[in-house]
Design a protein around this ligand. Structure first.
Ligand SMILES: NC(=O)c1ccc[n+]([C@@H]2O[C@H](COP(=O)([O-])OP(=O)(O)OC[C@H]3O[C@@H](n4cnc5c(N)ncnc54)[C@H](OP(=O)(O)O)[C@@H]3O)[C@@H](O)[C@H]2O)c1
Length: 245
């Protein structure tokens, strides 16, 4: 028996069009799952490798999760669902998150839409006794001076993971989360494309390097697998040791 074989399993990765979510999607696909992804662009051909995207073999749908009616209206491209991974996320710089518009924009995508997607697919996950995985961040457990909404949304995501973990365990759904450290994606370009900032960030990581989307995916594979059958409501830190001290 191979606990990492996801043949006959169906996964939806919201925010699976690029970066970490795309790595999660391709890792489930490589292990046999039928994988569906949501992103913001009109079609799969609007993404390229330069965006950190590989949509080969994935079923893509355009659903803007900041528009809650789009989540409600989205017609699933699958009949049943075993694994839901919520990787949607954005950050706003230049003090924008201190203003109402920036705060709302970030909270809507990073936290409100997480609950909306969870609620939408709760019946399907209950039916399959499935697994829900919510992408938080190490900043959930710290501060990040310029990004109050991002930090609050990620702390909220970890708290939501614990609460849904408790509430939905009785439905046979295991809810867990992942808190990545530093992964080079379009979300972190402001750091990765600035040599000085990038070097400072890497110096703060005991492993002395950024993580890869596949290394974050490793935690998602574990949490969705039978190996994690007794893990509920936890947000697993995957950060190369970044927040140990
Ligand atoms: N990179 C890191 O170091 C890091 C660290 C901790 C946590 N995280 C979290 O990991 C998750 C993935 O981020 P990433 O670094 O991989 O960045 P990314 O490459 O920018 O991926 C973000 C994903 O969210 C999607 N998204 C954003 N707004 C959306 C909207 N309104 N509707 C639907 N989808 C939307 C994006 O779609 P498009 O591709 O269409 O833009 C993309 O698929 C996020 O939750 C982020 O907060 C990242």
């Amino acid at each position: 028996m191979n606990d990492m074989d996801f043949t006959d399993k169906t996964a939806l990765i919201v925010g699976g069009s690029s970066g970490i979510g795309n790595g999660v999607a391709q890792n489930f696909r490589a292990r046999g799952a039928d994988v569906h992804v949501w992103g913001t662009r009109k079609s799969a051909s609007d993404y390229s490798a330069a965006d950190g995207s590989d949509l080969e073999g994935l079923t893509y749908s355009c659903v803007d999760v900041s528009k809650f009616d789009q989540i409600d209206a989205a017609k699933p491209t699958f009949e049943s669902l075993d694994i839901l991974v919520l990787c949607q996320g954005l950050v706003r710089y230049g003090k924008a998150e201190f203003e109402r518009a920036g705060w709302d924009e970030v909270m809507n995508v990073n936290l409100n839409s997480v609950m909306d997607c969870s609620r939408k697919f709760h019946p399907m996950l209950k039916e399959s006794a499935g697994s829900l995985i919510i992408m938080s961040s190490v900043v959930a457990f710290r501060s990040s001076m310029g990004n109050p909404a991002y930090v609050a949304s990620k702390a909220g995501a970890a708290a939501l993971t614990a609460t849904l973990g408790e509430a939905w365990a009785r439905d046979g759904i295991r809810v867990n989360g992942i808190a990545p450290g530093y992964v080079e994606t379009k979300l972190t370009a402001v750091t990765s494309e600035n040599e000085k900032r990038h070097d400072m960030m890497v110096k703060s990581i005991p492993l002395r390097r950024s993580g890869t989307p596949s290394e974050i995916a490793g935690a998602a594979l574990f949490l969705a697998s039978p190996l994690a059958s007794y893990v509920v409501g936890q947000t697993l830190v995957v950060d190369g040791g970044m927040i140990l001290s």
